[in-house]
Design a protein. Structure first.
Length: 429
């Protein structure tokens, strides 16, 4: 089992380039299944465990894939709609995104329930409800979901999502691309990753409008073609490094970002007295000597992202005053609280509310903590950067799912962080 060892209290400085978005590349890779001939070229693909799993899922289905550096080439001409390996499906939540494309192209799809971080209920109900509205017959049994399109093809439909689910919106967009007639998705999720998927699909020949709003229209077409596309920057990675600069009282520059995707995070950091300066297409973050307490409510985009809640909790543990975090997306996303408490954070949880009494200029102390999921792991690393003495973060395979070269990027900024297995000899060097 690999771990991070972190020596805190080192202000970060320098520049870091933000990688392509994990949450954008996964649905786009799934959508590449829709191209029946040619080679799709996807650029700025981050080297992450989740991306590797999606690559394995596509290869299992028959895609021929070349991955060199940050460019992935996908030939989906030999894809077959076969039962997706249960082993692969359980590795990652986003593996369920292949259902829409498979059903659209072949009229049949069968896969097991997906895995992923245990941060709360993320049922397939909304996905399946939408597919049923488009004429699919869905059967769930023995842990598998089988969907069959009537007469081999889906039909356009009006779909109103009970909740603006990102995954359901993406799956239904892809399913509707080859459906007969027009599909309208209302109460759709508005995340930037959905707009990126629309851009990719429209390049392929789809007719989609409205992504980024709560009403998306898709006119079905007969065929989609292979294209070239560059992935948008990862707004959650960017937000995590912004917090890293703030929590260490550092001065760092983020490159390859889209400011419009970060407005909710920027607003809260400014409220905490963090100085944020736009420099062309880059962003400079300067942490203050004393952080101010703020209240946060997680909401669907453009509200404050749930994927930044754990990192902000680590930051608020070092702020002056009392802060309140309301988690409105996932009911089980406070698993990092006990680990932050081990480091000296003063946090009380009442249902979906966390009350954080900050300790001003730090107050955290290093100890042994465990990453329970991807963003919780990132939060513990951030806390370690601010803590006195050494912090050991275990189960960092979760972090590898969503952050490319995390410790290398932090070291470039001056952080004292290393990855080790069972020995600490490397630290002694």
């Amino acid at each position: 089992m690999e771990k991070y060892i972190i020596m805190g209290r080192n202000p970060l400085s320098g520049s870091v380039r933000i990688s392509g978005s994990k949450n954008a590349v996964l649905p786009i890779l799934a959508a590449s299944i829709l191209a029946q001939d040619g080679q799709t070229i996807i650029k700025d693909v981050p080297r992450l465990k989740d991306v590797q799993v999606m690559k394995e899922v596509l290869e299992f289905l028959g895609c021929e894939i070349e991955w060199s550096g940050t460019t992935m080439k996908v030939d989906a001409s030999k894809v077959q709609s076969i039962e997706v390996s249960d082993f692969l499906m359980r590795k990652m939540r986003a593996s369920n995104l292949v259902m829409g494309p498979l059903l659209a192209r072949f009229g049949w799809a069968k896969l097991s329930y997906p895995g992923g971080c245990a941060i709360g209920s993320r049922p397939m109900d909304l996905h399946l409800k939408g597919l049923k509205a488009m004429g699919a017959k869905v059967e769930e049994k023995f842990g598998f979901i089988e969907a069959v399109a009537e007469n081999g093809s889906l039909k356009g439909a009006e779909i109103c999502l009970d909740f603006p689910s990102v995954g359901a919106t993406e799956n239904l967009m892809m399913a509707a691309c080859l459906a007969q007639g027009e599909t309208i998705i209302s109460n759709a999720a508005k995340e930037p990753e959905i707009a990126d998927l629309e851009t990719f699909l429209n390049k392929m020949g789809a007719q989609i409008s409205g992504a980024g709003t709560d009403l998306i229209r898709i006119k079905g077409v007969e065929k989609l073609i292979a294209v070239e596309h560059s992935i948008i920057p990862d707004r959650i990675e960017a937000g995590t490094f912004m917090v890293a600069g703030a929590i260490t009282k550092g001065n760092i520059k983020l490159e390859n970002i889209q400011v419009s995707h970060l407005e909710a995070v920027i607003a809260k950091l400014k409220e905490m007295d963090v100085k944020i300066i736009k420099e062309g297409k880059s962003l400079r973050v300067i942490g203050p000597e004393t952080l101010r307490a703020v209240d946060i409510k997680t909401m669907p985009f453009p509200g404050f992202p749930t994927d930044m809640q754990p990192q902000m909790m680590a930051l608020l543990s070092t702020a002056k005053g009392t802060s309140i975090i309301s988690e409105n997306i996932f009911e089980n996303r406070f698993k990092h609280v006990d680990e932050l408490r081990r480091m000296g954070a003063n946090i009380k949880v009442e249902g979906r509310i966390a009350i954080i009494k900050g300790k001003d200029s730090g107050g955290l102390s290093g100890t042994f903590v465990n990453a329970s999921d991807l963003r919780a792991g990132a939060a513990l690393v951030l806390a370690g950067l601010a803590a006195q003495d050494a912090t050991i973060v275990d189960s960092i395979y979760h972090i590898d799912r969503g952050y490319e070269n995390f410790e290398q990027k932090l070291r470039v900024l001056g952080a004292k962080i290393i990855r080790v297995r069972e020995t600490y000899k490397e630290w002694e060097k």
